[in-house]
Design a protein around this ligand. Structure first.
Ligand code: DX5
Ligand code: ZN
Length: 215
């Protein structure tokens, strides 16, 4: 069963609580929270305060995607704000094992991510130490970008590697996911589909989520 994680970066922030309740009613199991620092990516978004506000109104899994340099600096504040999972980028840190340890100790699930140009080899030695692998299907920084089909090869490759592990590690795809690209990602082996503009830009969130699930 695939999990849909709406990215609130595309939500209407003037009514964020209603937006979250609406995707919850529409069948979302996770909420994806994109954190950008203006260094690792050329955009600024949200910090721990938003996570604590969202935490008060939902029990859904809060999936924090850190697109920040030196991610270990922020793990404590996001975990205390109520994050359930924290994902960091291999490109943004010097010592991935340390970051994994810091997230693990915070009590959150651990995710590791690679950008479209980054090879799977760069994370191969870490995938048995995390709970989730995120393959970016756009260059991070903005919602509403076009899915890069080439990354499907990496999704398939990671799927094969994860299938050989003794425990469950989730495979997530993020960026440009809609009904069509979501199907490609599912067929390549994705467990979790992140989707921002496709869900929040549609009239009917329930239909958008069913499209992503292939129902
Ligand atoms: C991109 C973010 C994504 C983005 C997804 O940097 O990590 O989560 O918000 O938005 P869409 O689905 O519109 O590409
Ligand atoms: Zn994201």
């Amino acid at each position: 069963m695939v999990i849909v994680a709406p990215s609130i970066l595309s939500a209407d922030f003037s009514k964020l609580g209603e937006e979250i309740k609406a995707v919850e009613r529409a069948g979302a199991e996770w909420i994806h929270i994109d954190v950008m620092d203006g260094h690792f990516v050329p955009n600024l978004t949200m910090g721990p305060h938003i996570v604590s506000c969202v935490r008060k109104i939902t029990n859904l899994f809060l999936d924090v995607h850190l697109m920040v340099e030196n991610p270990e600096r922020f793990v404590g504040s996001f975990s205390r704000s109520g994050a359930d999972g924290i994902t960091f980028h291999i490109e943004a840190c010097n010592d991935p094992l340390k970051v994994i340890e810091v997230i693990r100790k915070s009590g959150c699930k651990v995710g590791i991510s690679i950008n479209p140009p980054t090879p799977v080899d760069s994370i191969a030695e870490f995938i048995d130490k995390v709970d989730l692998v995120l393959i970016m299907s756009v260059n991070p920084g903005f919602s509403g970008q076009k899915f890069i089909p080439d990354v499907l090869k990496k999704v398939k490759l990671v799927r094969e590697k994860l299938n050989r592990l003794p425990r469950k590690v989730l495979l997530q795809v993020d960026g440009g996911i809609n009904g069509e690209t979501g199907k490609l990602a599912r067929e390549a082996g994705a467990d979790v589909l992140v989707s921002g503009s496709f869900i929040f830009g549609s009239e009917d969130y329930g239909k958008a989520i069913r499209d992503l699930l292939g129902r």
